[in-house]
Design a protein around this ligand. Structure first.
Ligand SMILES: NC(=O)c1ccc[n+]([C@@H]2O[C@H](COP(=O)([O-])OP(=O)(O)OC[C@H]3O[C@@H](n4cnc5c(N)ncnc54)[C@H](O)[C@@H]3O)[C@@H](O)[C@H]2O)c1
Length: 392
């Protein structure tokens, strides 16, 4: 694919930072939204992100040149010449359908249509166009201009040339593209979901307090604890994701009660001023633990001290299930999790550190006690039977 102009359709949270990522790679980009207000909001966001890059050392001159590469429009005809259009509109099937079919009607027949969807099946979205072989998932992480990982997800009808072209495009942006086969939540968020749920089960079972658990996983491998992260992302969003994963994968993704209870109480995290922590209404900074939390689940007063490894066992097990399904290449799995979540070690490395046989032993014990959440992945068992000490 010869890259001329890139079109980004949707100038919201993700679209604006994807447009900036494209401009930072010195490619011209046209950012489209429904009306001038939405476009202006996107541009304001981009200018704030550029100002932050300048504060961190980007020269004013380069910043100006990159900003000049971003044009805006509300008219699809202005992006008709783009070689790739990235759809970044809200996660609602009818909106995606309208946008994808409009792009298909106006773009050159050989142009690629990429979608940044986080959960909708690429194979289904591709059917909204007459070029399903040219439609591909291109899943950026927030904020897209800073995060290295991009998951590249072919649908059933995507051709290999399209996959190769978008992998090259992502590399041009300075990203780490990882090919991921189509599955619910794709690779990184699927594995993240198991760990996020487990943090809540640990809390419910009294294995640790909010701050203990957040601190323990940060000391272990994470840049931020699961409860701080939930408060940042919004518990309502977290609940929707947890329900979706449960619907797609079944009992091992059971939704912890505490999440339902907290959302029903409107404890949504930073945005409502109260989640696992409470937030100062002025500064929005953490101002301690939510004092009412202990009342919503019985084990809340326990003095248990968490073993960080416990939270990662379901994630490690899910990694083996994903490898068994050939969702990604084994050598891509840890780099994807590290780049997508900022983990210092990936799940396969953690499993090797713990000992694969030890992981299996712990999973079997927990499976006997808690059921489906811990049913050991057959591929993990096979590695243990084979006497392997690590996967790659
Ligand atoms: N927010 C995240 O952290 C994140 C991360 C990865 C992927 N995603 C995915 O990215 C997509 C966008 O998410 P977001 O958080 O940026 O949403 P958002 O609501 O912030 O932005 C969506 C934008 O699309 C615009 N839009 C709506 N209809 C349009 C149309 N017909 N033509 C052009 N623009 C249109 C809206 O006006 C809005 O500006 C979703 O599919 C989401 O699942 C989001």
């Amino acid at each position: 694919m010869t890259l001329n102009t890139v079109a980004v359709v949707g100038a919201g949270t993700m679209g604006s930072s994807i447009a900036l990522a494209v401009a930072m790679s010195e490619l011209p980009v046209v950012l489209k939204d429904v009306d001038s207000k939405a476009v202006d909001n996107g541009i304001e966001r981009i200018e704030r992100m550029i100002a932050s890059l300048v504060r961190k050392g980007l020269s004013e001159e380069v910043a100006k040149k990159r900003r000049a590469l971003i044009k805006t429009t509300t008219d699809v005809k202005d992006i008709a010449h783009a070689s790739i259009a990235i759809e970044v509109v809200p996660e609602k099937l009818p909106i995606k359908e309208a946008v994808l079919s409009e792009l298909d009607a106006h773009l050159n027949p050989d142009a690629i249509i990429a979608t940044n969807t986080s959960s909708l099946p690429i194979s289904q979205l591709a059917r909204f166009t007459k070029r399903p072989h040219k439609v591909v998932g291109l899943h950026f992480f927030n904020p897209a201009h800073l995060m290295k990982l991009v998951e590249v997800i072919p649908g059933l009808d995507t051709d290999e040339a399209t996959v190769v072209a978008v992998m090259d495009f992502a590399r041009h942006l300075g990203k780490l593209p990882v090919r991921v086969e189509e599955c619910a939540s794709f690779l990184v968020n699927r594995l993240l979901g198991r760990y996020m749920n487990e943090s809540l089960f640990c809390l419910q079972e009294g294995l640790g307090q909010v701050e203990d658990i957040d601190r323990a996983v940060c000391d272990y491998v994470m840049p931020v604890g699961p409860f701080t992260l939930r408060d940042m992302n919004g518990l309502d969003i977290g609940l929707a994701v947890a329900r979706f994963n449960f619907q797609e994968y079944g009992d091992r993704f059971a939704v912890p009660d505490i999440l339902e209870t907290m959302v029903a109480k409107n404890w949504l995290g930073q945005k409502s001023g109260r989640g696992f922590y409470i937030y100062d209404p002025e500064t929005k900074k953490k101002a301690g633990i939510n004092p009412d939390l202990a009342a919503v689940f019985k084990a809340g007063n326990s003095n248990g001290t968490i073993q960080a490894q416990r939270l990662f066992l379901p994630m490690i097990n899910e990694a083996f299930l994903a490898l068994q399904e050939r969702i990604c290449k084994p050598e891509d799995l840890d780099p994807a999790l590290k780049a997508g979540l900022g983990m210092r070690k990936g799940p396969l490395e953690l499993a090797a550190d713990m000992g694969l046989d030890n992981c299996l032993g712990q999973l079997e014990e927990l499976f006997a006690k808690h059921g489906e959440r811990f049913r050991p992945a057959p591929l993990l068992k096979r590695h243990v039977f084979a006497g392997h000490k690590k996967v790659i």
